[in-house]
Write a protein that binds this ligand. Sequence first.
Ligand SMILES: [Zn+2]
Ligand SMILES: [Zn+2]
Ligand SMILES: [Zn+2]
Length: 137
Amino acid sequence: MSALSGTLLRDFNLRATPNREEILQLFILKNYALSHGDIEKEIANSLDRVTVYRTLKTFLDKGLIHKVLDDEGSLKYALCKEACNTVEHHHDHVHFKCTNCGQTICLNLDVPPLKLPKGYTATETNLLVQGVCEKCN
Ligand SMILES: [Zn+2]
Ligand SMILES: [Zn+2]
Ligand SMILES: [Zn+2]
């Protein structure tokens, strides 16, 4: 197991279990967002669906990973680069889905501020741009 994932878990006050380390390690290795299915495919088959689900939920709650809404409403997850914590996630960056390789990545680009109609309050903004990524271009 990598020292990095273990350290990261400890930083977030999470016990470094082999399952957690394995899943976290995957997020560190891949620089694109992972779906539930991707994770199940990549990790040792000793982990069942429920364990993967619970681990992702824990990471989400602790501010280690964030949700990435893909096209067609499918859900992926990516590592939080900014300082997120148990209280809130601090990022409104743009996500980019490559129509060629199918990978969805976090862009270092903020969602432009939106002027909502009177009476509306935003708690979360998701912006997905689709096109061809740097690698495929
Ligand atoms: Zn976050
Ligand atoms: Zn691509
Ligand atoms: Zn992201």
